[in-house]
Design a protein around this ligand. Structure first.
Ligand code: RIB
Length: 294
């Protein structure tokens, strides 16, 4: 299989993670167990996932002109990701995610900062690179008009796109139509498309359901791919690992095979701390799949 060229247009955040047994209610103060600062952001996470799995990856995004900005850009470069399309914004803070990690699950608040400056004009400088991509990955932590612009551009240039609609936000009908694949989780799917997504949209949906696997439609037939049973340490970034891995595997077989590969990558990713901490290499996914019986 040819090494895929993947472009991610998305967010780059510093994750400020508090690990706690107790989640405070309104007006309450509790004592946490630990605190860590690790690179994150749905865009950056998906870029790292794809790069670890062997893809050529370009990140189009923005950071602040603050210390986090340097660390976040360096982190991407260290993963072998092309970062000349990650430019700092003057007098702006980098994107930050405040994460409460409790009972191996998370609650996240994102403050967009420099991610707000991933505008259509900024991205337009990289149209050649977008057009030359095998897959373009997007999420919803950057301005929605940029998401709409990139999806329209890619549809015109016959470039495959994967839109991870997280956090869930309404988009114009034409934007959903422009996406090749849309990868909501169960809640996002319900929130955005209701119980019965219309038939055209349904064909694009790859719905992740955590431990209950992944559901999608093929020629109007519902297909269910089971997830792998593992003991999670931290589920932050599991969806991002799924998306990055799905994009990598799309060129190498059927959608069902790509989903299974992505499920395996996500299962491995949740076994370590941090959004990017447990993201596996291709060899690790292949060996895990072999252990699981092919
Ligand atoms: O999907 C997990 C990510 O969501 C975190 O890394 C955080 O930065 C938020 O963007």
């Amino acid at each position: 299989m040819k090494t895929p060229n993947i472009t991610v247009v998305g967010s780059i955040n510093m994750d400020m993670v508090t690990i706690t047994d107790v989640v405070p209610v309104q007006g309450e103060t509790v004592l946490g167990k630990d605190f860590r600062t690790v690179p994150g952001g749905k865009g950056a996470n998906q870029a790292v996932a794809a790069a670890r799995l062997g893809a050529n990856v370009r990140m189009i995004g923005r950071v602040g002109d603050d210390p986090f900005g340097h660390v976040l850009t360096e982190n991407l470069a260290k993963e072998g990701i092309i970062t000349d399309s990650v430019k700092p914004v003057t007098d702006c803070t980098s994107g930050v995610a405040t994460i409460l990690l409790s009972d191996r699950d998370n609650r996240i608040i994102v403050t967009k900062g420099a991610n707000e400056h991933v505008t259509p004009d900024y991205v337009a400088a990289f149209e050649q690179e977008l057009a030359a991509s095998d897959v373009v990955l997007l999420q919803l932590e950057i301005p929605l008009e940029t998401v709409a612009y990139v999806l329209e551009f890619c549809a015109k240039h016959h470039v495959t796109t994967v839109l991870n609609p997280a956090p869930a936000q309404k988009l114009p009908d034409a934007t959903w139509t422009d996406a090749t694949y849309i990868t909501p989780n169960e809640n996002e799917c319900l929130q955005l498309f209701g119980d019965e997504p219309d038939a055209n949209l349904r064909q694009k949906l790859i719905m992740t359901k955590g431990a209950d696997g992944v559901q999608f439609y093929e020629n109007d037939e519902q297909v269910q791919v089971e997830s792998f049973r593992v003991e999670p340490v931290d589920t932050t970034g599991a969806g991002d690992t799924f998306n990055g891995a799905f994009a990598v595997a799309l060129g190498g077989g059927t959608v069902k095979e790509a989903v299974r590969f992505a499920n395996a990558a996500a299962a491995l990713s949740v076994q370590s701390f941090g959004a990017q901490g447990g993201m596996p290499t291709k060899a690790q996914v292949q060996s895990f799949l072999q252990q699981q019986g092919g």
